[in-house]
Each structure stands twice: as C-alpha cells, then as structure tokens.
Design a protein around this ligand. Structure first.
Ligand SMILES: *[C@@H]1O[C@H](CO)[C@@H](O)[C@H](O)[C@H]1NC(C)=O
Ligand SMILES: *[C@@H]1O[C@H](CO)[C@@H](O)[C@H](O)[C@H]1NC(C)=O
Ligand SMILES: *[C@@H]1O[C@H](CO)[C@@H](O)[C@H](O)[C@H]1NC(C)=O
Ligand SMILES: *[C@@H]1O[C@H](CO)[C@@H](O)[C@H](O)[C@H]1NC(C)=O
Ligand SMILES: CC(=O)N[C@H]1CO[C@H](CO)[C@@H](O)[C@@H]1O
Length: 472
C-alpha cells in the first residue's frame, strides 16, 4: 500500500510540476512574441535616421501585415496546443486522485507510455511549431535594390511542411556572386491561392526527398485549378506507366491514337483510348466530343462543314508564309497542331488532364502540350507569336473580367500582324453583345467575322482578326 501511494503521489507531484513548466512556457511565448513584434517595428522608429523610418513604413505597409497575421495564427496554434495539453494533464491528475480509493496504480510502463504519447509528443509538436515561426527582420547590411524590405520571405509562416518552406525560401547565390539574371538570389514561385488550400498543399508536399512520389498528379492538378498555380516544384521521382513503349515515328504518330501502355490510367474513368473514342457516356469528359476519334479529327479545318468553320488553307492564305509559330488554347487532343505541322507551322497546345489524358495524348502524337491553367499569364514574351487559335474553351461561362485579362494577355504575346483565330466561340444570344465587345475592343483588322446559330438561344462566333502594328 505504501509503495502504491508513493508512486501515485510522486506522479501527482510530477503532474503539478509539468503544469507549472507549461504555464511558464505559455507566458514566455506570449512575452517573447510580443517583444519581437514590437522590437522589429519600434527600434527603427526611435532612431532619427530617415532611412530607418522609411524601412519601418515598408515593413508596415508591405507584406509584413500579411505576415504578421500568419505569425499570430501560428502562435495561436501553439498556445492552443499547450492549453490542450494542460487540460489533459489536469484531467489526469483529477482521475488519479479519484482513483486513490481503488486498487490500481499506474505501472512504470503505463506511466512511460503516458508521458511519451500524451505529454512529450504534443509538447514536441508545439515546440517545433514555435521554432518554425520566422519573424521578419529588417535588412540593414544589404545594399541591393531590395534593401528596406523585410528579409523573411512572404508567406513563409503560412506553411508548416518543411519542404514547402525550403522551396519558397529565396536561394542566395553561392559566394555572393551574381546569377545569370544579374540578381543575388532566386525566388521559387508559388500561386498565391496556395494559402487557401493549405491542407491539400501539405499533403502534396509531404514526401521523402529523392524517393518515389505518390501517384498524385490529380492532387497537383486540383491544386492548380484551385488557384495554386504555379505549383511548387517537388524533389521526388514521378511515376511512369508500367511498360512505357517507344513512341511512334512522327509520320505515323500525328494521326494515330497512342499506345495505351504509355499512359497511367488509374485516375480516369476510361482505362484505354478505345474507351475514350467510343460514344460512351461515362468517358469522364464532356468538352470535346469526338476528339479521340482520329477519323473525325482528320476532317477538321480541311473540309467545309459550316460557315463558322474556317479552313486552315484560307487562314494561312491571309498571311502567306508568315505564320510559323502559334498557340492553340483549346480542349482537345492536339489535332489542330497536327494539321498545322503539316503546313510547317509549330503550334503549342494548352492541355489540362480534365477527365482524360490530354497532355500525354498530345505529346505522344509528337506535339507540344503546355500544361498551364487559365489562371496563369502565358509564358511567352511580348509580340512573339504569329497565331493564337482558340476553340471550345472560353464558351459563355467565362467571367467577363477574367476574359478581359486573358484577351489582353493574348494581345500581348501576339506579334504585330499576328492572327487571332476565334474558332466557334459560343455563348447565349443575350450575352453576344458583351462578348463581341470583348473581341472588338482591340481594334484588330477583321479578316473574317461570322455569327451563326447553334440553337434557338445560342450562337457561334467565329472570327479571324489581325493585330495592328503598335509603333509607339
Ligand atoms: C553599401 O554600399 C556602400 C557604398 O555604396 C559601401 O561602401 C558599403 O561597403 C556597402 N555595404 C555593404 C554591407 O555591402
Ligand atoms: C515513316 O517513316 C519511316 C522512315 O522515315 C518509313 O520507314 C515508314 O514507312 C513511314 N511510315 C509511314 C506510314 O509512312
Ligand atoms: C468552303 O466554303 C467557302 C465559303 O464558305 C467556299 O468559298 C469554298 O469554296 C468552300 N470550299 C470547299 C472545298 O467546299
Ligand atoms: C513544309 O516543309 C517541307 C520541307 O521544307 C516542304 O517540303 C513542304 O512543301 C512544306 N509544306 C508546306 C505545306 O509548305
Ligand atoms: C480488485 C480490483 O479492484 N481489481 C481491479 C484493479 O484495477 C484493474 C485495472 O486498473 C482492474 O482491472 C481490476 O479489476
């Protein structure tokens, strides 16, 4: 009996001791955090150096406010963890006191398990979370153009997965040399909406460096479509299909469906190309009916089917020999690029894998897929492309302001004299004026402009427009 009491009492004492430590810990955190918040701001204020003052302002007005919010979120998280732990310890002490009358006492093994799982582990978690917090520091010895901004990276306190934090931390050049870009550090990019999808991003970035990635391209795509675009890079090895076959030579690949074995099918409803090409309602995609049927695809843009369809020959005849490179913003399997290739025009096709392996299909046909969502500025320089072609894509659902940003971006990359080919844009009749204004606002030269009825309420707009010179 004595021994039982001894161990029990010792346990209670230990609990009380732990609680005291915990309490001190919480107070300490609050104090240090407050102190650090103030010290970053107040010290420059008290100095009379005008430079410091302006530094303080940038700290306040730049992304530092944003950062401070993330920071206080993290602190809040840690404090919650600690207070949970304290509650648990208190409850355990109560339980032990109640159970005094009964026979049991904790064995050493149980006690150890309790300490490890219920105390040390959460405490460690809180400790790590606390360590992860980075307070912005003012950059006093940096003479570069960026001086005056906080040295910590924006967003860093939002992310708790170490790999994400490593990724977004700016990488300074070795030995203080300048990079090929003439800068002294390189920032990896990440879409700002990643902060809205923290959980998914944590899942995405949680891997062992150098090992195989999980089969999670669809998670990455979900992140991209959710606005986390650009997606962070990863340092794991992407899985390929089990038996990758050599692609067909280009004289055959352009117009044949690729080998099924060259695609990972597990995240699609269809498991082969035959299924995608069939009239199956459960194919998993709706946007481009028939785009896996090569016989049908072969007829597009080379035979007249309606007045809304322009022929490639007619379009290229507008600028003979001048159209050499371009972009196809569509949902499809790259048939437009395949056709244009036969005219010696190089086309890059945008493709997201929505319901079908569009990117792989385009690539296996020997064409260039551009895996980029609508949220992104096009990765081309100003005034560079000869042609932009767009079909079945922005049809009637797209927000007008988004469309405006997209069209201005297209205008940017199109060269003077370049062609914008709007291929069967469709929308409801009542919206037509709004959309027409969107396309007409650039004052392009109209080579072709056809409006035709799709149904009673819907119309097609097809247009071939030429960007004027802007010699300013
Ligand atoms: C900052 O620039 C000044 C002159 O522009 C130079 O004398 C000084 O050494 C530089 N300081 C650092 C830390 O680079
Ligand atoms: C494709 O080209 C290769 C060699 O260049 C040739 O042997 C083959 O017959 C061609 N295939 C077709 C379908 O023309
Ligand atoms: C296609 O239609 C255009 C007018 O819409 C006409 O000028 C042209 O001759 C037609 N081409 C063929 C091959 O039918
Ligand atoms: C494309 O280029 C090849 C080789 O330069 C040439 O033989 C062919 O006639 C060209 N095709 C067209 C449609 O201009
Ligand atoms: C006699 C008696 O009450 N025995 C109990 C001692 O405690 C253990 C668990 O703590 C019980 O399983 C026994 O029934």
């Amino acid at each position: 009996m004595e021994r039982l009491c001894f161990s029990r009492c010792r346990f209670s004492r230990l609990m009380a001791f732990l609680q005291i430590i915990l309490g001190c810990f919480v107070i300490l955190i609050s104090l240090t955090t407050l102190h650090r918040f103030y010290s970053t701001g107040l010290i420059p204020l008290m100095e009379s150096d005008p430079n410091s003052c302006s530094k303080f302002n940038t700290l306040n007005e730049g992304y530092a406010d944003f950062d401070l919010k993330a920071l206080s979120d993290r602190v809040e998280e840690v404090v919650t963890k600690l207070s949970d732990l304290q509650d648990k310890l208190e409850a355990t002490v109560q339980k032990i006191l109640k159970e005094k009358t009964k026979n049991n006492s904790m064995t050493r093994v149980e006690f150890r398990r309790f300490l490890e799982e219920e105390v040390i582990h959460p405490l460690y978690g809180a400790h790590i979370a606390l360590r992860l917090i980075r307070i912005p520091k003012l950059d006093n010895n940096d003479n570069s153009s960026s001086s005056g901004s906080p040295r910590e990276d924006p967003l860093i306190n939002y992310f708790t997965i170490e790999e994400t934090r490593k990724y977004i931390t700016a990488k300074e050049n070795r030995g203080g040399k300048l990079s090929v870009y003439g800068t002294n550090k390189i920032y990896n990019t990440i879409g700002h909406a990643c902060v809205l999808m923290r959980k998914e991003l944590e899942e995405y970035m949680n891997y062992d460096i150098g090992s195989y990635c999980r089969d999670d391209w669809d998670l990455g795509q979900r992140l991209m479509l959710g606005g986390c675009d650009p997606l962070p890079r990863r340092r794991c090895l992407t899985r390929a299909s089990k038996l990758y076959q050599r692609p067909l030579p280009v004289n055959e690949s352009l117009w044949s469906l690729p080998d099924d074995r060259n695609v990972r099918w597990s995240r699609y409803q269809c498991r082969d190309f035959k299924c995608l090409a069939s009239r199956n309602l459960k194919r998993g995609f709706t946007k481009c009916t028939g785009c896996f049927e090569m016989e049908k695809e072969k007829l597009r843009w080379v035979t007249n089917s309606s007045s809304a369809d322009f022929l490639i020959s007619q379009v290229l005849a507008v600028k003979p020999g001048e159209i050499r490179i371009g972009l196809d913003v569509s949902v499809g399997t790259g048939s437009f690029a395949a056709r244009m290739r036969e005219w010696n025009v190089t086309i890059v096709s945008t493709a997201m894998n929505i319901g079908a392996p569009f990117s792989e299909t385009i690539a296996l046909r020997g064409l260039v897929p551009l895996y980029a969502s609508l949220g992104q500025r096009l990765p081309f320089f100003d005034n560079t492309l000869d042609l932009i072609h767009s079909s079945v894509f922005l049809d009637g659902w797209v927000d007008l302001q988004l469309l405006d940003f997209i069209l201005f971006d297209w205008d940017r990359v199109l060269r003077p004299g370049g062609l914008l080919w709007v291929d069967r844009f469709f929308c409801s009749r009542k919206d037509l004026d709004d959309y027409m204004y969107m396309f007409l606002q650039f004052r392009y030269r109209k080579h072709k402009w056809v409006i035709s009825f799709k149904s009673k309420d819907e119309v097609y707009l097809s247009a071939l427009l030429e960007k004027p010179p802007r010699s300013l």
